[in-house]
Write a protein that binds this ligand. Structure first.
Ligand code: FES
Length: 116
């Protein structure tokens, strides 16, 4: 909120306008992003193919909820709408990498690729 206040003062606009823009565009986030950002698609095609189970597994493995970041800053997690890869449902992305036709058992191996 402090940063948003500074932006509002600097631009001469209301705090409400800054908040509206920063929550409207998906490129902006009010919470810190991890070095690796995981996004699980919860669009209709992915949801009916079990995306909620993929998200549950990630929550369990990372110990964070969607829109949170791990304490070490390695991972952040979010749920998103359709990313246009419905044929691969259920789908998740890690940074620019896309993983499809997932089952919960895939999560451990995918996370391992991003552990430093
Ligand atoms: S619903 Fe998940 S990619 Fe379209």
């Amino acid at each position: 909120m402090e940063v948003q206040k500074k932006i509002a003062v600097g631009l001469g606009v209301s705090l409400e306008e800054v908040y509206g823009v920063s929550t409207f565009y998906s490129q902006f986030s009010l919470t810190p992003k991890g070095r690796n950002h995981i996004s699980v698609c919860l669009g209709t095609a992915c949801y009916v193919k079990g995306a909620d189970k993929i998200l549950d597994k990630l929550v369990q493995k990372l110990g964070i909820q969607p829109e949170e970041c791990t304490e070490d800053g390695a991972f952040s997690l979010t749920a998103c709408r359709c990313i246009g890869a419905c044929g691969l449902a259920p789908v998740m992305t890690v940074n620019e990498d896309v993983y499809g036709r997932l089952v919960p058992e895939d999560v451990d191996g995918i996370l391992a690729k991003y552990v430093e």
